[in-house]
Design a binder for this molecule. Structure first.
Ligand code: NAD
Length: 100
């Protein structure tokens, strides 16, 4: 079994909430899509400085309506301490992909 497949199997065993910063970017949107396909909860944060709404639409179109309910998007900035503090409280795992 490949390491990647092994990781996905482990992830699938427990439903977690993943906070993904930069979720409208290249890496963030693809990671979010995969996690949602594995029935995880994803909270995404992006300020669209370089990210695209199309990436969010593309990831939503690749998952089922039920999986879409597990996705929450926040338009905001990682430099907003109140917002980050609020989102971090809900998260089991943080994947930080927001960057210029
Ligand atoms: N794509 C690659 O091949 C690659 C390779 C190695 C490392 N990386 C690193 O991985 C990370 C993500 O890369 P990517 O290709 O997905 O980049 P990307 O530009 O597509 O995505 C970055 C996302 O972060 C968002 N963002 C930037 N500043 C923000 C802020 N202050 N608050 C909220 N959101 C903000 C942008 O709007 C964008 O959606 C970067 O740190 C990059 O350097 C990428």
């Amino acid at each position: 079994m490949s390491v990647y497949k092994n990781c996905l199997d482990l992830i699938q065993k427990k439903r977690r909430t993943w906070l993904i910063t930069g979720v409208a970017g290249f890496i963030g949107s693809h990671v979010a899509q995969t996690l949602l396909l594995y029935n995880q909860r994803v909270v995404g944060l992006d300020n669209f400085s370089t990210g695209k709404q199309e990436n969010i639409e593309e990831l939503k179109s690749a998952i089922s309506p039920q999986q879409r309910e597990n996705f929450t998007f926040f338009s905001g900035d990682i430099r907003d301490p109140e917002l980050c503090s609020h989102l971090c409280k809900e998260a089991d795992v943080i994947l930080h992909q927001a960057a210029l």
